[in-house]
Design a protein around this ligand. Structure first.
Ligand code: AMP
Ligand code: MN
Ligand code: MN
Ligand code: MN
Length: 293
């Protein structure tokens, strides 16, 4: 069941610069129309949409947090870390993004080969077409596969083909958690452990990862997400408290859709958890201002 609560702050959203379907200005316009006052653009492993989003945010009077969702790994398992308030031009971040782009491009070719061996030809080219200027990711493959009627929905595509350990999954040597957090901090950002309840880690593994994340300089965890069961929010809140992490909130919006996560549609952060947005540099949030000089 979807929460009908509305938040004026949404710190996790994608544009077509990665695997979202709306362009950066369309995304900001949608956020403004839904009463969002502060929006973080968190594209996967790229900051390419930030300049356009900033301009649109200025026009709409929305606070835009320049951000990124970085692919990383801990203990051999992939996970995502959001960097909020990063300087997109920071040298460390530019280097890391270059490396992630290579890893993603190589992985996309690998996924294409695997699908071909499974009898599905043309998937790589199809995903490239879906991706446009972005590097094709799994969501682009999923969209192309859906368009071909290969599975009934996204969930089935991931559970049958693209999900971890499935036949078209390509394991990727993402940078280690410590290096990712260091890179975000060097770029002036705040590191946030993304959607902790979505990894299907055991509770003890998740607690260990959260403690390790805190120890290496991580600041917060996404406690409240769109379409997240209450029990999961309670578990994430409990881990954040134990590990001394602040709380973040976000939809992980990718595309408009009746059942898809929607911008700002999620509950409130539990009142005893410190909101991460209160410690973001004002320059990275206020409409009409930018972190750049
Ligand atoms: P990637 O970063 O290319 O590995 O792809 C991760 C993205 O794939 C996520 O951000 C979602 O957009 C999408 N994704 C992953 N798992 C699922 C799922 N089970 N159902 C729908 N989309 C998913
Ligand atoms: Mn995505
Ligand atoms: Mn993610
Ligand atoms: Mn995301």
């Amino acid at each position: 069941m979807r929460s009908t609560e509305r938040s004026r702050i949404d710190l996790h959203a994608h544009s077509s610069a990665s695997d979202g379907v709306l362009g950066p200005s369309e995304l900001v316009a949608r956020a403004a129309g839904r009463g969002i006052q502060v929006l973080a653009l968190t594209d996967h492993d790229t900051t390419a949409g930030i300049a356009e989003a900033r301009q649109a945010a200025r026009r709409h009077g929305v606070g835009l947090v320049p951000a990124i969702e970085m692919s990383t790994a801990a203990g051999g398992k992939p996970l995502h870390v959001v960097g909020l308030g990063i300087d997109p031009d920071a040298a460390s971040l530019r280097r890391a993004i270059g490396r992630l782009r290579e890893l993603r491009a190589e992985r996309a070719r690998g996924i294409g080969h695997r699908l071909e061996r499974l009898g599905i030809a043309g998937a790589y080219e199809g995903a490239c077409a879906e991706a446009g200027a972005a590097v094709p990711g799994r969501a682009h493959f999923a969209r192309w596969l859906l368009g071909r009627g290969i599975c009934a929905d996204n969930a089935e595509i991931f559970s049958r083909l693209l999900g971890r350990g499935r036949p078209a999954y390509v394991a990727t040597p993402w940078p280690e958690l410590e290096d990712t957090v260091a890179c975000i901090r060097e770029a002036g950002g705040v590191a946030v452990l993304a959607h902790p309840m979505r990894y299907e880690f055991t509770a003890s593994w998740l607690r260990r990862i959260a403690a390790r994340f805190r120890e290496c300089g991580g600041s917060a965890m996404e406690v409240v997400m769109a379409n997240q069961p209450r029990r999961d929010t309670a578990t994430a809140a409990d881990i954040a408290r134990r590990c001394g992490l602040k709380g973040s909130v976000g939809s992980d919006f990718h595309a408009p859709g009746a059942h898809a996560p929607e911008l700002g549609v999620f509950g409130a952060l539990p009142p005893d958890i410190e909101p991460v947005w209160e410690s973001l540099p004002a320059a990275s949030v206020l409409p009409g201002r930018t972190a750049a000089p």
